[in-house]
Design a protein around this ligand. Sequence first.
Ligand code: NIG
Ligand code: FE
Length: 398
Amino acid sequence: MSLWLAAGRIVSRDGVITDGAVRVEGDRIVEVGTRREVAPRPEDRVVSAPDGTLTAGLIDAHTHAAWAGSRHDEYAQRLVGADYEAIAAAGGGIVASMRAVREAPVEALVSALRARLSRMLRCGVTTVEVKSGYGLDEASERKQLEAIAEVARDPSLPSIVPTYLALHALPPERRGDRAGYVRDVATRWLPAIARAGLARYVDAYVDRAAFSVDEAREVLREARALGLGVRLHVGQFADVGGAELATELGAASADHLEHVSSPGADGLAQADVAAVMLPVASFTLGQAPPPIEVLRRAGVRLVVASDANPGTAPTESLPLALALAARSYGLSPRECLDGATIHAARALGLRDRGDITVGARADLVLWELPSEVALVQPWGAPPIHAVVHGGRVVADRG
Ligand code: NIG
Ligand code: FE
């Protein structure tokens, strides 16, 4: 199977090619250049949008997309002044989603995730990181991860990077037994999940109303010893030292960072820990943006992700996150695109994608937009001409 794509603009790390073309053979990009340089061969399927823009497929590096249920009632309460942390302390929040996930059969989680991922694909997203974290006991976390593994086998959907979100909230049955819970996660559940090959990364939520640096260290050190990568939710509500822990552990990413100090940002840059910005979450929480200029000055790689989850980011649209990153966080259109392609790939340890270059995996989006700058307008679902995933056209404008 070979493919020839032509676009008014081809946007890669190297710059922009006007009136460009790309040839794909199998799942790889084999030629990139102007239309004159790269001619179609008779056997090629032709996909052409002379007024369109071709970018690498978008990569959503932080989602909780395997959820069940809905927390619209909590959102309605928050719209009239209720507080996210107070709702959680009263038994709602993450624990409300835990109840829905525990009740759901694995097939229901599979079909919810499948439907979300197919809508994400239509937003130009070809790789998605998906976390567990709403089971909060071994069987239910495994159920979520098994649902994720099942959906990951479908080549017509975005590729999945699975993450075991090991510390998210303390489940009600373990109240008063934090230390025992953290020990069970580190010494029993995590090794079993690693042995079963159900996760590539392990995540922990480090914050004032979540888990402490010491609790997260206990679990994430074990993750490292088992050969898994680590990523952290840090500084969403308060700076309790999460960025420093991410630096100490050589994490792949530190995510949220609404609250991070300047030395914290310097540490991330030195240890090459990506900062994952989640502007939909701070939008629904009515929060001020992270200190972008501090992160930029420190030289931290900025990633933008959707955070797709039922509580703080009920969305499936990475382009919406890019729009908010541009308008509310002040990221440039280029920073937004890089943050959802090249830097996102690197933050997920994926070397074969995130750019349009010979030899890269053919994950591409042909946008019906005259420029990549138009992508950061608040479309929600920007108009697409075609989405190519692993060399196959998996969505088109129809
Ligand atoms: O990334 N901060 C913790 N985790 C999620 C929210 C989870 C939820 O409210 O369900 C987040 O915002
Ligand atoms: Fe999150």
